[in-house]
Write a protein that binds this ligand. Structure first.
Ligand code: PGA
Length: 256
């Protein structure tokens, strides 16, 4: 049985001060997460230390980064290493978000290198995949996402597969207010699970596949009740304590 994972991708929002305010707001609504649900917040790098301190007051909420480099250290101006993320208690790292692919030159190859490095260094990658509107219109969405999943997982062995999370995020639904229908999400999540089943003997059933793209309190239930949707990667709605905790409560209700 897979537990829901409700994850907040804060993107380039919330420096240390706002991070404290937002997490204190979440703590006021919910200082212990429901036992059926795992929570995760992914603030910008500069706010990770502050977030790690604040999260000591919220039971069940983990910390994640939004990116990392695949080398140990060295001359990579502006980058952050796995050792650094370990040092500030990050448990997860988002990799291959479509915004990183689109604006920062991430490719299936760099995402793959990062996934292997993260797993090697005890970080759980949240691997983002998803098609553009043009690809969906051209009926290439299944092929595109399949290729992204396969590409990200090259070299990942059975015993590590349990530590990965996949986030299906149709690009046309991110930040647009437009959401995949529950049927569209389920179709893609099921396909992704089939790809996992081709690659791994057992992990296909246990890997959590999150939906991302304008998930909000008003549409979370119909998405989360799909059999292969195991949580959400939430941008806009994770920046307000009440909408984020509302989605966590919806996941709790669906688990019981
Ligand atoms: P959104 O972002 O919820 O604002 O659409 C999701 C994401 O990009 O992870």
């Amino acid at each position: 049985m897979r537990r829901f994972l409700i994850a907040g991708n804060w993107k380039m929002n919330c420096g240390p001060k706002e991070t404290s305010t937002l997490l204190q707001g979440i703590e006021e609504e919910m200082n212990t997460l429901p036992k059926e649900v795992d929570g995760l917040v992914c603030p910008p790098t500069i706010s990770l230390t502050t977030a790690a301190d604040e999260l000591q007051n919220i039971d069940g909420m983990a910390l994640g980064a939004q990116n990392m480099h695949y080398e140990d250290n060295g001359a990579f101006t502006g980058e952050v290493s796995t050792t650094m993320l370990n040092e500030v208690n990050c448990e997860y790292v988002i990799l291959g978000h479509s915004e990183r692919r689109q604006y920062f030159g991430e490719t299936d190859k760099t995402v793959n290198a990062k996934v292997n490095k993260a797993l090697n260094d005890s970080l759980k990658p949240v691997i983002c995949v998803g098609e553009s509107l043009e690809q969906r219109k051209a009926d290439e969405h299944v092929l595109r996402v399949k290729k992204q999943v396969q590409g990200a997982l090259i070299g990942v062995e059975d015993e590590d597969a349990d530590n990965i999370v996949i986030a299906y995020e149709p690009i046309w639904a991110i930040g647009t207010g437009e959401t995949a229908t529950p049927d569209q999400a389920q179709e893609m999540h099921k396909m992704i699970r089939e790809v996992l089943a081709e690659l791994y003997t057992e992990a296909a059933d246990s890997v959590r596949i999150l939906y991302g793209g304008s998930m909000k309190p008003h549409n979370a239930e119909e998405l989360l009740e799909q059999p292969d949707v195991d949580g959400g990667l939430i941008g806009g709605a994770s920046l307000k304590a009440d909408s984020f905790t509302k989605i966590i409560k919806i996941a709790e209700q669906l688990s019981s």
